[in-house]
Write a protein that binds this ligand. Sequence first.
Ligand SMILES: Nc1ncnc2c1ncn2[C@@H]1O[C@H](COP(=O)(O)OP(=O)(O)OP(=O)(O)O)[C@@H](O)[C@H]1O
Ligand SMILES: [Mg+2]
Length: 442
Amino acid sequence: MQITAANVDPALLDLPWELPLAQWPTEVLAALPRGISRHVVRFVNLSNRVIAVKEIGESVAYREYQLLRDLKRLGAPCVEPTAVITGRTNSQNEELNCALVTEHLKFSLPYRALFAQYMRPETATRLIDSLAVLLVRLHLIGFYWGDVSLSNTLFRRDAGAFAAYLVDAETGELHPKLTDGQRNYDVDLARTNIIGELMDLQAGSYMPEDVDVVEIGNRIQERYEALWSELTAEESFSYDERWRVTERIKRLNELGFDVGELSMATDLDGTVMRIQPKVVDAGHYHRQIMRLTGLDVEEAQAQRMLNDLETYRWWKGRQEEPIELVAHAWLAEVFEPVIAQIPPKLRRKLEPAQIFHEVLEHRWFIAEQKGHDIPLEEATNSYIKNILEHRPDEAAFLDPVEDEEMFNGYAAWDEDDDDEVFEPSMIRTNHTPQSAGDSPAF
Ligand SMILES: Nc1ncnc2c1ncn2[C@@H]1O[C@H](COP(=O)(O)OP(=O)(O)OP(=O)(O)O)[C@@H](O)[C@H]1O
Ligand SMILES: [Mg+2]
């Protein structure tokens, strides 16, 4: 018997490999929900963790093991491969199938287990949304799945949302870049498979009969396409439309993505530029801002700052410079001047990071209303006059009466320009979207 693995846990050798997987004694098995599959799959307790063992042909086992390793390396959400076991024989020296071992994905549920509980129709659509995110992420790194379905996906609850993971990579292929044809094929197959799988659930009375499964199936295509174009489309901006960049970043954040880098291309007369967002791993803003600026801020504030830092870098044409250098300049030229502009008597109202965050939100709001950028200094002044002055001190924040006053303070806000319409609900100062890492948008 041979084991191929990056690290071999000796306990792996003690498992009853001489028995067909279907006959493994219950003592070694872990009773966790498992999806339907062609191959025999079992969960096994192994040195304080759980592994998934799948019996499968040799070449397929190696292929899937390698693909999963590549996907992991590329940061894709998928199960983690542990080992391939080959050369298995039983007591009569007859050959047994090979085994692919993966780490059991903690807290994950196959879709049937999810549906077996009572499920509201919105939950079904959120499952589909998370699958669309997964598919886009895989396609962006050049992975053609070839067998997209609910049963080849695992779902994890993530702060009220779902995150989807690839579990079955058997039919997949990695390419430098996918063609539209390959992408469309995957999306089309996802759609057909999902409709079929949901019809199955309806037939088994796991899902109410009046749910329109075709509509749910179509949703994967819609969500996929919206995300894909938001992430890959090129947009042109003129110089006084920097707020549009902010808007685009916001839209991406709302779809559960983050912006890693903005690239700039200037056209012939030098006034138009394009951005192409990239996807980065979410959830590391706090540490990143701490590393770059020394500021110890909340996750959502850090996300906002990094967005602004990226926009600043792009705006100044400093993409080639190390981010640490640019962050230093950004701190001195953007962050600190805003804080310095706040009159000392108002400074105790909020933390500096929150004030900065609200100033950016305010600037974006005014720019969107006016249809062009406004200087940060002007936005800061307007923020002080129209918002900060009306805020209660943070210490009084928990008092409901004061809270209402604060809201009235917002509502009293009025800009000089007549054409501006103000709606309190549009200011989201205290309700900033969480990072995708904390809570994906779906
Ligand atoms: N690492 C893992 N963590 C959690 N569950 C897993 C893991 N590996 C497999 N499973 C469960 O086992 C099921 C079957 O796995 P998989 O889809 O790889 O088998 P398959 O036989 O190749 O499927 P298919 O019939 O699509 O070919 C999955 O739906 C999932 O529920
Ligand atoms: Mg499968």
